[in-house]
Write a protein that binds this ligand. Structure first.
Ligand code: CO
Ligand code: CO
Ligand code: CO
Length: 321
């Protein structure tokens, strides 16, 4: 997306705090001294067969970009593509799942738009608010910071296994619960503590979104592969070749910017490139606030972990140990 967007003429406005140039999660526009508007849109094709759960996941994913900026989502609009050959009950279930997540987020569903399409797609356009001085961009990680990830990786691989009917109920439920969990808890924790930088991990995988953070912040990011939380069975499925195409395009696009320790297995490398659906927040926090952040995250509904550090800019943007 970023490559296509960069061919468009650049937009400048003194009140535009975050625009399209830094591939951040959402745009931010200053309204006055105490309020800025955050705006984002996201939608995709079903990742699970159950329409209600798909609605929950798609909405949680769309709301996440507001959380990744440190903001509070307020207004949401449905974006729906739907084929005439499917029962309208299916659409109603998708929208009910989305509505429940919008409601859980404390936001309001205020409209939407539907078009006819061969394949169903669903997501939200979301507006949120934040104090203009509190905006968390993806380009302010500081040398010496620690990196915290708030959901485990491997969702794309697990979804591939689910489609191949290789995953049992336990794994399915693990994946679904991770995807539909709002990043609200993690966002509240990081806003309370005060952190330097944040982005959410979605289609470009951990390494793709980290690369945006590293380049935007002019630093090198170092991950300790042994500390990265991985959903049960994801490594096993990856070893069986159940890796989504998106992982390979991520690898092609960013692989040469990453230096891997030779000991790291191919499964783990696949997982680091794996595109995530509604993944967690990657938070860059200064060393003296790390313990406080971990304390705030203690009751987190999802697995979280300190997975790396921010180093001074080096030859490689990302180093995986
Ligand atoms: Co995002
Ligand atoms: Co997004
Ligand atoms: Co951000």
């Amino acid at each position: 997306m970023a490559q296509v967007l960069c061919h468009l003429p650049k937009t400048y406005d003194e009140k535009l705090i975050v625009g399209i140039d830094t591939s951040d999660d959402a745009a931010v526009y200053k309204i006055n001294e105490t309020t800025a508007l955050i705006q984002t849109v996201d939608f995709f094709t079903p990742v699970v067969d159950d329409p209600y759960i798909f609605g929950q996941i798609a909405a949680a994913n769309s709301l996440s970009d507001i959380y990744a900026m440190g903001g509070e989502p307020k207004l949401a609009m449905n974006i729906v593509c739907f084929p005439t050959c499917l029962s309208p009950d299916v659409m109603a279930e998708i929208l009910r799942g989305g509505y429940d997540k919008i409601n859980e987020a404390g936001a309001l569903l205020v409209g939407g738009h539907t078009v006819e399409d061969d394949e169903p797609k669903y997501g939200l356009s979301v507006s949120g608010f934040i104090h203009p001085d509190k905006v968390l961009t993806n380009c302010n990680a500081k040398h010496g910071d620690f990196l915290v990830l708030t959901k485990p990786l491997g969702i794309g691989i697990i979804n591939t296994a689910i489609k191949a009917q290789m995953a049992d109920d336990e794994i399915y439920n693990l994946a679904v619960n991770n995807m539909r969990t709002l990043n609200k808890f993690a966002k509240d924790a990081m806003v309370k503590v005060g952190v330097n930088s944040c982005t959410d991990i979605t289609g470009f995988g951990l390494l793709g979104h980290s690369l945006e953070m590293a380049n935007g912040s002019d630093v090198t990011i170092m991950f300790e592969s042994s500390k990265i939380p991985i959903i049960k069975k994801a490594a096993e499925f990856a070893a069986m070749g159940l890796v989504p195409a998106g992982a390979y395009s991520n690898m092609q696009f960013i692989g040469e910017k990453v230096k891997f320790n030779e000991q790291i297995s191919q499964e783990v490398i696949d997982i680091l490139f794996d595109p995530q659906t509604s993944g967690g927040l990657l938070i860059s926090v200064s060393q003296h606030k790390l313990d406080k952040l971990l304390e705030e995250l203690k009751e987190s509904p999802t697995e979280f972990s300190v997975i790396g550090k921010v180093l001074k800019k080096q030859e490689y943007s990302i180093i995986v140990e």
